[in-house]
Design a protein around this ligand. Structure first.
Ligand code: FUL
Ligand code: CA
Length: 674
């Protein structure tokens, strides 16, 4: 009997000891995906003929000679990325215009045909060497959509594109990420291509088995569903891949937050440009995103379980412009300051429901600054409370959490509370964590912080809890103008003083001070800057360009000319393209161009015609026609210059074709002229 009892006792011990083995849950990252996730932040470079022609989507009919950077220095790009704290660079080796930044044997639209270095240059060779020198990873964007190649739209093209991939992956050493654009438009013969994705991926995998494929559907990583740089606050790295394909419409919202219980591990990558467009334009030199804006993006991507791919377009000299590089350094500085001191290491850490007798699991591992050690609850236990107790009160405004994602993404809901007097007060209530989640909170002083895991797919496995106190920045001024042309300047920060200019110069405390709404009905640029402490400290300069104020305009599409981009005119349900918005400006006006602000989603116009008229009856032929490049993925205000300015009292925007083929209605948030 005794022997049996002893045996049973031993058994129960071994059973308990067996608990350290945490069973993986759901779809899991591959080793390559785990490595990729740790990169967090890297550079995108859009560069090509568009840089010189001021276009977002080149037509492929441009003279290759236009590509002629005079001082191209890929080492300057790499140095900038390195100093910015980025881990790699992905370049547009081939954009939709088909132009190859290397001398591809399979195209006649390449650097070889350009004026640059008398056709002897190779941007990929220079950049891959520079990346190596600076210890950066090298990646390539190749657009399958090719508006130049004569074979595009025929079955032969797939092999041609595969051959180009092969060139880009064999000649320049290791490639960490292959970026596949989903855009699929018409080629020179008016046909669309049916892409052979298995051929493309197979070709690359043979050369680089560990490459991460980016596309709308992975498999390595996925588009975040917008080009603004923001992941969803709920953000699963899992996706039912079968439901997705590159270029599919209507998938943005799903990509933005991923799918709980998704069958595949396809983590998110947020791509966004530091400027309004993806390519360089001199017109955006003063529109580089501000530091607060870039910080919003950082917290909206890296802070929400996604990697950040920040585009810094190379300029016409072949260099990163100083406005962009200075901004990148400002960002680096604030991020370094923000995450320098992890206050959590000062805490005594305890937790409820800790997995018993598991030597690999401990609450102490939550605050050891080591992402490879973790705390976990007992198998099947989906909740647990982590408490950090401090001897001396700490003040923090950032909470960073990490799950040990090698075992799967598990947490569904969590909250943060702080000891306030005798009770805990909740300061945050959120959903997913994933690889990394960073919460931005107001300054909070306390002697105890609690992280409550409220729900999870399987017992939560948390590797790190960190607290930081980030420096506070002045929020950006927001410059708004109403229909009547009255301008106001506000911001989310309390008590700043705003100074502004109307002539394009940098505001100083000697400029006009904003005290009350002022009239600015003309088209032009307003710059504003916030100052505090009697002008000693200042924030970012914000530049806003306005069209003519629609003060006395009339139209049946009233919401398209109400000065408010949030309201929109939309054509009737069941209507069909073409559609039009007709505006009476009241008096004869000189028109040099027009702007179209699309609705954020739905009814986005792609192909347009723009007409002017003296009497609102005879219109003649359009004074501008074309398409709004990339408007579906990036639905921002479009500006079109007329080849010749003209006088007119009436104008009309005619929507010829929608950006999303499934759309039958057209929408206009604002239309304006300048
Ligand atoms: C989009 C493209 O159409 C844009 O031109 C840009 O390259 C962006 C990163 O992806 O789909
Ligand atoms: Ca509106």
């Amino acid at each position: 009997m005794r022997k049996v009892a002893l045996f049973l006792l031993l058994c129960s011990f071994t059973k308990a000891w067996a608990q350290p083995e945490i069973k993986p849950y759901g779809a899991l990252p591959s080793a390559a995906q785990l490595k990729w996730q740790k990169l967090e932040y890297y550079m995108f470079i859009h560069f090509g003929p568009n840089t010189f022609t001021d276009k977002e989507w080149g037509h492929g009919d441009e003279d290759p000679k236009v590509f002629n950077p005079t001082q191209l220095d890929a080492r300057q790009w790499a140095r900038t990325a390195k100093n910015a704290g980025m881990k790699g660079i992905i370049i547009t080796a081939k954009h939709h215009d088909g132009f190859c930044l290397w001398p591809s044997e399979y195209s006649k639209h390449t650097v070889r045909e350009s004026a640059w270095k008398n056709g002897k240059g190779d941007v990929l060779a220079e950049l891959s060497a520079a990346c190596k020198e600076y210890g950066l990873l090298f990646g390539v964007y190749l657009s399958p959509w090719d508006r130049n190649h004569p074979a595009y739209g025929t079955p032969e093209y797939n092999q041609i594109f595969a051959n180009q991939l092969k060139e880009a992956h064999t000649k320049y050493g290791d490639v960490f990420e292959q970026w596949f654009d989903g855009a699929n438009g018409e080629g020179p013969n008016g046909k669309k291509q049916v892409y052979d994705w298995p051929l493309f991926e197979g070709t690359v995998t043979k050369i680089h088995p560990n490459v991460i494929f980016f596309s709308d559907a992975g498999p390595g990583c996925r588009w975040i569903g917008n080009e603004d740089g923001f992941a969803g606050t709920t953000m699963w790295s899992t996706l039912n891949r079968k439901e997705f394909a590159p270029g599919m419409s209507g998938i943005q919202a799903k990509l933005n937050k991923g799918q709980e219980d998704g069958t595949d591990w396809v983590p998110g990558e947020a791509d966004v440009s530091i400027r309004p467009g993806w390519f360089y334009s001199p017109s955006t030199d003063d529109k580089v995103k501000t530091l607060p804006w870039l910080l919003d993006i950082y917290y909206g991507s890296v802070g929400r379980n996604a990697n950040l791919l920040l585009n810094v377009p190379v300029d016409r000299r072949g260099l990163i412009h100083k406005n962009d590089s200075l901004r990148l350094m400002e960002l680096r500085k604030v991020l370094d300051e923000s995450f320098k001191t992890n206050l959590a290491v000062r805490a005594r850490t305890s937790a409820t429901n800790t997995r018993p007798l598991s030597p690999l699991t401990s609450a102490a591992y939550l605050t050891d600054n080591n992402p490879n050690t973790y705390w976990a609850t007992a198998e099947g236990q989906l909740q647990g409370v982590i408490t950090l107790s401090f001897e001396k009160a700490v003040t923090f405004n950032r909470v960073e959490l990490q799950e040990f994602i090698a075992l799967g993404q598990r947490v569904k809901a969590f909250s943060v509370s702080v000891l306030d007097g005798k009770e805990y007060r909740e300061i945050a209530n959120e959903t997913t964590i994933g690889y990394k989640r960073i919460l931005r909170l107001p300054n909070t002083t306390t002697k105890s912080v609690r992280i409550s895991i409220l729900d999870a797919k399987a017992s939560p496995v948390i590797s790190e809890v960190k607290l930081f106190r980030a420096p506070e920045l002045l929020a950006d001024p927001v410059i708004k103008r109403d229909k009547a042309g009255m301008v106001t300047i506000t911001s989310a920060s309390t008590d700043p003083v705003f100074y502004y200019t109307l002539n394009g110069t940098e505001p100083t405390t000697a400029s006009a001070r904003f005290t009350q709404a002022f009239s600015f009905p003309q088209s032009g640029t307003i710059k504003a800057k916030a100052f505090i402490e009697g002008g000693k400290k200042s924030g970012a300069t914000v530049t806003t360009t306005f069209d003519l104020a629609p003060a006395s305009w009339t139209s049946e599409a009233a919401k398209a000319i109400d000065g408010d981009p949030r309201s929109f005119w939309v054509s009737k349900e069941g209507s069909a393209y073409p559609q039009e918005v007709l505006v009476d400006m009241g008096t004869a006006t000189k028109v040099s161009g027009f702007t179209y602000t699309p609705r954020e989603r739905g009814g986005i116009i792609y192909t347009y015609e723009f007409y002017l008229s003296q009497d609102g009856k005879s219109w003649g032929s359009p004074v501008a026609k074309g398409s709004f490049a990339n408007i579906l993925n990036s639905p921002v205000k479009q500006t079109v210059k007329l080849s010749q300015a003209a006088q007119a009292r009436y104008f009309k925007l005619v929507a010829i074709a929608p950006a999303d083929e499934k759309e039958t209605r057209a929408a206009v948030a604002e239309v304006g002229v300048f």
